[in-house]
Design a protein around this ligand. Structure first.
Ligand code: TXA
Ligand code: MG
Length: 559
């Protein structure tokens, strides 16, 4: 099939030619074909919304789940009674103020609207898009146009005709190019079948603008990532907008989040950041989102930023994120959905120390010293085992990379997994990457719940697992070998020979010394004395970090 491309970016030129293109697109739609259409939000994949066969093809072409209803696009509020029932007066109030524009209203449907369009619901979403070309095409077609965003399901929405060609170009009859979308995020979806109305999807029309006109609006929990069985808009439950590389959203003040991203950045990390910070990430794949203070530009560039990483070698993406006000709520929601709600809080006042070292060096005593300073020790091994037995997503992620390590009862065969990663560095890296991705949010949640303050991370493979990236400082606990031998003989009741064997099987002090930020050497014969030394050491260290955090912003600004 030949897809016809209609260039209607400039509608000031030859009127006859323009009208011909509009008529041709309208004719395809009227006859049951699919045409991608420009709107102010994102490109839509249009079909006659009253023709079940045409609508079915939309689902096929997009690979869209059958239970996800489509929005009917109309040319004005005069069409509401034709397709909707029990229309509350407030719908007309909203339409008068915000149509044409990025607002979709959910209303009871008329029987005329087919099940194929509403996915069998007794409601229908209607919207009047603010794009002259598409309005002209709908008018000319004489039917309401059902149009989801023109991306293939799961991908970021299309904001240019080129994006559309890339995703569905060869599977549809026509693509109308109306230039890049000026809003850049999809319409706001508002359910008017309840009182007060309910926000189902934040979008191009800020909720504050509507509240000023109609009073309080409830917000569907799914918008903030809460796992609800049945979100108001079925589309909100699907993974969406995700680039191929996993995304982490860093919230907090821009300065703090930029600093946070710097700490996390690896050689193949990509960054979505505010324009002001692009220079900080030189040498990395960077997609500037727009100036900190301009959410309109951020919305316009958002999907493009998410899309363009796919062609690069980037293996993970860190994204700064605006606050939740105005258009920020929609930008937040899309970024966080792209991240699977993998979010890090940047501007907290906590201090995290990571301790590591060989057996018998004194890590346990050092952790006690931190407790003595009021610090909380986070036992990563414990959390790891907890998610291993409880978190099905985590289990599935491991099972996907290491098929067969879980049995039907979801119990892990540790030996089998151990064999898989033992002596195979790339396999171990793969496992660590999965563990890291799921462990960190759990640790974050634990620390968030406990509040600001001092934390010590107790992780067996602090450096190897990547958990050191959570820490303000990593500390190598070292000790002379002869002392370690004696200590573990006494502690574990083992022979000298076995003690030496265990020590020699581990990494040498040099390794930890080289990789950590600082070292605490435990050369004392008396545990009480080491505790005292350790307490002093950590006291000084924590003071230094506090001081640095206090001045961090100012120092970094001058970078
Ligand atoms: O800006 C937009 O709204 C774009 C352009 C093309 O108009 N369209 C768009 O459509 O984003 P789509 O299909 O990608 O997203 C529509 C969202 C989905 O989350 C869907 O579940 C929800 O609206 N929706 C549609 N009809 C609904 C209904 N009757 N009840 C609840 N949610 C509905
Ligand atoms: Mg969509």
């Amino acid at each position: 099939m030949q897809t016809i491309y209609y260039d209607l970016r400039d509608t000031k030129g030859q009127q006859k030619e323009i009208e011909d293109k509009i008529s041709a697109a309208a004719k395809i739609l009227r006859e049951g074909g699919l045409v991608a259409l420009p709107t102010e939000t994102v490109y839509g994949l249009g079909a006659n919304g009253l023709d079940p066969e045409a609508v079915k093809r939309i689902f096929e072409v997009k690979g869209r789940p059958q239970d996800n209803p489509l929005i009917l696009h109309v040319t004005g509020a005069q069409w509401l009674p034709r397709y909707c029932a029990e229309i509350p007066p407030i719908a007309y109030v909203l339409a008068r103020k915000f149509w044409p524009g990025p607002l979709t209203m959910i209303l009871k449907r008329q029987p005329l609207v087919p099940d194929a369009t509403t996915a069998g619901l007794d409601t229908v979403g209607v919207r009047c898009p603010n794009h002259p070309v598409t309005l002209a095409i709908i008018r000319e077609a004489g039917v309401p146009i059902a149009a989801p965003s023109a991306n293939t399901s799961g991908r970021p929405s299309c904001t240019t005709a080129q994006d559309v060609m890339e995703d569905v170009g060869d599977a549809i009859e026509g693509v109308v190019d109306g230039g890049p979308c000026v809003v850049g995020v999809e319409s706001t979806v508002l359910d008017l079948t309840c009182d007060p109305p309910r926000l189902l999807r934040p979008g191009g029309l800020p909720v504050e603008d509507m509240e000023r006109l109609i009073g309080h609006i409830d917000v569907d929990k799914s918008i903030h990532g809460a796992k609800v069985d049945r979100p108001g808009a079925p589309g909100m439950k699907y993974r969406h907008y995700a680039p191929k590389a996993p995304v982490t959203v860093i919230t907090g003040a821009p300065e703090a989040s930029a600093r946070e991203i710097e700490r996390w950045l690896g050689p193949t990390s990509g960054v979505i950041c505010f324009d002001e910070y692009a220079g900080r990430f030189a040498g990395h794949e960077v997609h500037p989102l727009g100036p900190c203070g301009d959410k309109q530009i951020q919305a316009q560039r958002l999907f493009d930023a998410l899309r363009t990483f796919d062609g690069t070698g980037v293996t993970e993406i860190f994204a700064q994120c605006p606050d939740n006000h105005g258009l920020g709520l929609a930008i937040n929601n899309r970024l966080k959905k792209a991240a699977g709600f993998h979010i890090l809080e940047a501007d907290s006042q906590r201090i995290i120390l990571g301790l590591t070292g060989g057996t018998g060096a004194g890590k346990t005593s050092a952790l006690d010293a931190i407790r003595g300073l009021g610090g909380l020790v986070v036992n990563c091994d414990e959390v790891y085992h907890q998610i291993l037995s409880e978190n099905e997503e985590f289990q599935d992620a491991i099972n996907e990379k290491f098929p067969g390590v879980f049995n039907a009862q979801r119990q892990l065969n540790r030996q089998k997994l151990g064999k898989e990663v033992f002596a195979k560095k790339d396999r171990l890296d793969q496992l660590n990457a999965i563990v890291f991705r799921y462990l960190v949010p759990e640790l974050e949640a634990k620390m968030q719940a406990a509040g600001d303050g001092l934390y010590a991370i107790d992780a067996i493979n602090l450096l190897e697992s990547g958990l050191d990236r959570l820490c303000d400082r990593t500390i190598a606990i070292t000790a002379p070998t002869e002392l370690r031998v004696r200590r573990i003989m006494a502690r574990d009741g083992i022979t000298e020979q076995y003690a030496r064997l265990r020590i020699s099987a581990q990494k040498a002090d040099e390794y930890y010394r080289g990789k950590c930020d600082c070292e605490l050497n435990n050369a004392s014969d008396s545990p009480a004395e080491f505790q005292k030394d350790a307490k002093l050491f950590f006291e000084k260290l924590v003071d230094a970090i506090r001081e640095e955090k206090r001045h961090g912003a100012a120092v970094n600004l001058g970078k």
